[in-house]
Design a binder for this molecule. Structure first.
Ligand SMILES: [Zn+2]
Ligand SMILES: [Zn+2]
Length: 367
């Protein structure tokens, strides 16, 4: 069959919506009718060449839809199930999956992360295979992907909410409650208040943080952060971030600091804002060329920790459902994260608006 998909053919060029030839799901695969897909910074990193990956590629990795067809041997989902895509494979039996660290799964490392587990692609353009981001490539009407990368969810969850649980919500909230596991009463700094950073803010609120300091360069983002639970805001363009954080925390610094951006200055900000025994967490995925000169002796004297979290260290098979329940119970605010929805044809406008920092999250709705 055919599917229309947004394809990146060259870096620094707009995505092109093309009709691709699509094969049905093979053993262990499913075809999903995509209902909603979020516009995320990770797609943009590929579009502007921060993460050099082989093109052409169907982008998109934060999405939800309905199972349209299952390949031979698939028993985890059936036609008609509502699912959220996971952008990481989950073999279920490697050392990391066995320990519950599914984001670090090494079970499918023999094949690249932009095709199926057998190393081939299910979509073609003029007879040539097209790569798909994270094995799912969800900027498309129908995605054929490994069954281990879809998680069944409750059917009353709105499609927009289901889509963003698959990346920004899982990454931001997961960074706080699954990775850092902050204690109630903690002091927290969040640098960067985009789709992921706002979810770090509300994850910290959910976990009972006493002080949540949100930092961004844009006042509209800081205003959003207060709506999600920030108790203090710092404009990094006008204020000295570290000095202000120290003032707010009585000179000590914060117990936890999260960098939702992933650049040299922001990594240094989270480390330098820590209190003794503090934990700094890199959440946003940096450009592959990024380096940051930390000051090791201060980390020794202060017994501080610097760590990275990928995908919020979530276990999609269990955590997507939990996040859906927290959203439906009103404990996580996903309504106000969805600033805008777009038609598929407006996808490039969606990326321009995101790059200008005008939205918390934009989501593409498919018919
Ligand atoms: Zn994403
Ligand atoms: Zn595994």
């Amino acid at each position: 069959m055919k599917t229309r998909a947004a394809v990146l053919t060259e870096v620094n060029k707009p995505l092109q919506i093309m009709e691709l030839e699509q094969e049905g799901p093979k053993a262990g695969e499913v075809r999903v009718k995509v209902k909603a897909a979020g516009v995320c910074m990770s797609d943009y990193h590929i579009m502007i060449g921060d993460w050099p990956l082989p093109l052409p590629m169907v982008l998109g990795h934060e999405a939800a839809g309905i199972i349209d067809e299952v390949g031979p041997g698939v028993t985890s989902v059936k036609k008609g199930d509502h699912v959220i895509f996971s952008f990481r494979s989950n073999c279920g039996h490697c050392a990391y999956c066995s320990k519950g660290r599914t984001v670090l799964c090494i079970g499918f490392n023999d094949t690249p992360r932009w095709g199926m587990h057998d190393g081939t692609s299910r979509v073609k353009l003029n007879g040539e295979p097209v790569n798909v981001m994270a094995r799912i490539g969800t900027f498309t009407e129908y995605s054929v992907c490994p069954a281990d990368q879809v998680v069944k969810v409750r059917e009353d969850l709105p499609w927009t909410h289901a889509a963003i649980i698959g990346c920004s919500v899982a990454t931001g909230v997961g960074a706080v409650i699954r990775h850092a596991k902050i204690e109630a009463g903690s002091t927290v700094l969040v640098v960067g208040c985009g789709g992921v950073g706002l979810n770090v803010v509300q994850g910290a609120r959910l976990a009972g943080a006493k002080t949540i300091i949100a930092c961004d360069l844009l006042d509209n983002k800081l205003q959003m952060a207060t709506n999600f639970g920030a108790t203090h805001i710092v404009n990094g363009k006008r204020q000295d971030v570290i000095k202000t954080v120290k003032e707010i925390t009585g000179g000590l610094g914060v117990d936890y600091a999260f960098d939702a951006i992933g650049t040299e200055p922001t990594v240094l900000q989270i480390v330098d804002s820590l209190a003794p025994a503090g934990h700094a967490v890199i959440v946003g995925i940096p450009a592959f060329s990024t380096r940051a000169p930390i000051t090791p002796h201060l980390m020794v004297y202060g017994e501080q920790t610097l760590s990275g979290t990928y995908y919020g260290s979530v276990r999609p098979a269990v955590d997507f459902g939990t996040l859906a329940d927290l959203s439906m119970d009103g404990k996580l605010n996903l309504d106000d994260l969805i600033s805008r929805t777009y038609k598929f044809e407006e996808i490039n406008e969606g990326f321009q608006i995101m790059a200008r920092g005008q939205v918390a999250r934009g989501v593409i709705l498919f018919d």
